[in-house]
Design a protein around this ligand. Structure first.
Ligand SMILES: O=C(CO)[C@H](O)[C@H](O)COP(=O)(O)O
Length: 262
């Protein structure tokens, strides 16, 4: 492991490295977005270079598409791939049922479409992402720009009707302007502190006109790989009901880390 990585990056790296061991030649893969997913793309590129692994990747953002192309991971659109064997992605929060909050990187819409179009979803993360209950991380909701203030008011009304106590709702900004997603939408962040019933909230939010998608991933993730800065990983499989403690030993070429500032 390159000595100058921070413990958090080492944790993300070992999680990514372990998850990429699930990839087999011939697979069609969903490629997630974010700093942890970027390690996964690098580890995948390393296997392609060193083992001649043959895969096709469907990126979940322009950022990931650029990184994959830069590192020689073959990229196709979801329409070309149609259905995927496996998606590997990061998350902002993971609860004990492997339900997730995603969208911290504003890519939740493509991430959810891609993960849902996959036989299996593996989430990779450092241990700080594991929570007893979702909600400390602001829940991203992607909305269309047309009438976004009305949509925001409807979201607030919905939270009142659900008796949600903490319901600060903010438009995500990029400097002085609203942040614009890859699909040309806005993100509204719901600062809820805790989400009592994530399944209900996910369904109700998506009924609001103007809401495109929310960042709650319910019953989508199959396996979580949690990395630690000392090389330990835990692999939790919700379907098998199993958790294994492992250690990643590796000596990657340092140049696989030199590609981006993600
Ligand atoms: O959902 C996401 C992007 O929309 C990311 O997977 C999530 O924000 C985690 O990012 P990171 O690995 O950088 O902590």
């Amino acid at each position: 492991m390159p000595a100058d990585l921070s413990p958090i990056d080492k944790a993300k790296f070992v999680a990514a490295k372990r998850a990429v061991e699930f990839v087999e030649s011939g697979m069609k893969l969903g490629l997630g977005t974010g700093s942890t997913a970027a390690w996964m793309v690098r580890c995948l590129a390393e296997r392609i270079r060193e083992e001649g692994l043959k895969v096709q990747g469907v990126p979940t953002s322009t950022r990931t598409a650029e990184l994959a192309q830069q590192l020689g991971v073959p990229v196709v659109s979801l329409d070309e791939a149609k259905w995927l064997d496996l998606t590997i992605d990061g998350a902002d929060e993971i609860d004990p049922m492997l339900n997730l909050i995603k969208g911290g990187g504003a890519a939740l819409l493509q991430e959810k479409i891609v993960a849902t179009a996959s036989d299996q979803m593996i989430v990779i993360a450092d241990a700080a992402k594991e929570v007893a209950q979702l909600g400390a991380f602001p829940l991203p909701v992607e909305v269309i720009p047309f009438g976004w203030q009305t949509t925001k008011a409807l979201i607030e009304e919905t939270l009142v009707s659900l008796d949600v106590l903490n319901r600060d709702v903010t438009l995500r900004m990029n400097g002085d302007a609203p942040l614009v997603t890859d699909e040309a939408n806005y993100i509204i962040d719901l600062h809820l502190k805790r989400i009592g019933n994530p399944r209900q909230l996910a369904m109700v939010l998506n009924q609001i006109p103007g809401v495109v998608e929310n960042g709650l991933f319910i019953d989508i993730c199959d396996i979580v790989v949690i990395g630690h800065g000392d090389g330990r990983v835990q692999v939790r499989d919700i379907n098998a009901g199993s958790t294994s403690d492992e250690r990643i030993e590796f000596a990657p070429a340092d140049n696989i880390f030199a590609d981006s500032d993600d």
